[in-house]
Design a protein around this ligand. Structure first.
Ligand SMILES: O=C(O)CCC(=O)C(=O)O
Ligand SMILES: [Fe+2]
Length: 387
């Protein structure tokens, strides 16, 4: 007789480790009976529920993405950041809306130089290429995040684009599997893996390819590499090199937990959309990057999001567990993203030194509570992104 999956959470001091194997397509061959498979899934789901409820961050093993592919992604990213010339970087730069050559520019896709991103009012000490799911140029709901992503030159970096395109496919498969597991975590009895399926016909995604010079190379020799924020979507699959002591996660007491890399694992966190779906049962956890050591750090967070047009509101099963009163108004994911990304414009002098505090921003109201905003504005050549 198969063992029963655990139901209670034990207190966590570090990030929990979750094995997703039972949710991978190959998993059916691993278990002797459907009942044994279901118990394995429920065990993973129960651990996920604890991780999302207590920490909002976890290590994910058994994710099915080959180590070789993950290593190649980081190698390509590092190679480009270190070896691409200033001109090559500027050739794929992010343009403010309509300000690129021939009126191009969506305010979002492309390369941002060190200090161009600002989080929580402070400039971030990193450079990055931001990619979004390519969408047709004439598809109205996506405006202005239209168009293709800009890629490094095929002449100088021929393997960059295919590497990231195939990695995107892998992350999308993993995202779907993880969302089935999260569904079961919320609805184990009777077991339900399809709570999110109606929101994931064509999931939107964002991928940031980030290079972090050491903070000691910044003018102030201190500050922050990526300011404190929550992620605004569904789940984030973080692939990072083996630098320790950089990514820090807020714990429930307001302290910081180091989310150091774990060999072969993803660091995963839940975003604001899952907080809304769960009516706050799971909170998207604040985190930041403070890269104090002397190396050049590389990370590639992949943000797996709902469909652009998905309408997000607390799920019935989560309302039932949280007193029955919705704490969040319904939002369309794409509108929410755009309001965060483009709805706030701030005036920033063009030569503001890194880590200069910017004017305070009134955070949007979320279920009557103030919640840190995720927004982007361009002014004076500075992009402001507050996740
Ligand atoms: O680089 C990292 O470790 C995390 C970056 C991050 O939190 C983000 O881009 O949202
Ligand atoms: Fe983040």
């Amino acid at each position: 007789m198969a063992e029963k999956p655990p139901t209670a959470c034990t207190p966590q001091t570090a990030l929990p480790i979750i094995d997703l194997t039972p949710f991978l397509p190959i998993s059916t061959s691993l278990y002797s009976t459907p009942q044994a498979h279901l118990v394995a899934k429920l065990t993973t789901a129960a651990a996920l529920n604890c991780a999302c409820r207590d920490v909002g961050f976890f290590y994910l093993t058994g994710h099915g993405i080959p180590e070789e592919q993950r290593r190649t992604v980081l190698k390509e990213a590092r190679n480009w950041f270190i070896n691409a010339s200033k001109e090559e970087k500027e050739a794929i730069k992010r343009w403010d809306i309509g300000k690129g050559p021939g009126g191009a520019g969506d305010g979002a896709r492309g390369y941002q130089r060190v200090g161009e991103n600002v989080t929580g009012g402070l400039k971030d000490w990193h450079e990055a290429i931001d990619h979004y799911r390519p969408v047709p140029p004439t598809d109205p709901p996506y405006a202005p995040i239209h168009g293709p992503n800009p890629w490094p030159s095929l002449q100088t970096h021929p393997t960059f684009k295919p590497t990231f395109e195939s990695y995107t496919e892998s992350c999308l498969s993993l995202g779907h599997a993880l969302l089935r597991a999260l569904s079961l975590a919320l609805h184990p009895s009777p077991p339900k893996e399809d709570l999110f399926i109606e929101f994931l016909h064509n999931p939107f995604w964002v991928m940031r390819i980030i290079g972090y010079p050491p903070l000691s190379s910044s003018p102030e020799r201190e500050g922050v590499s990526c300011g404190e924020h929550t992620d605004y979507g569904c789940i984030t699959l973080l692939l990072a090199d083996n630098t320790r002591g950089a990514l820090q996660v807020r714990d429930k007491n307001g302290g910081w937990i180091n989310a150091d890399p774990l060999e072969g694992a993803y660091v995963v966190n839940i975003g604001d959309m899952l907080e809304r779906w769960t009516n706050g049962l799971w909170e998207s956890t604040r985190h930041r990057v403070v890269h104090g050591s002397g190396n050049y750090r590389v990370s590639v967070p992949f943000f797996f999001e709902p469909d652009w047009v998905a309408r997000i509101k607390p799920l019935e099963c989560c309302l039932a567990q949280t007193g029955g009163v919705p704490k969040y108004d319904e939002v369309m994911y794409g509108e929410h993203l755009l309001s965060m990304v483009l709805g706030n414009f701030m005036t920033v002098p063009p030569h503001t030194p890194p880590h200069t505090p910017l004017p305070a921003i009134e955070p949007p109201r979320v279920g009557g509570e103030k919640k840190a905003p995720a927004l982007s504005a361009e002014a004076g050549g500075v992009s402001i992104i507050i996740r």
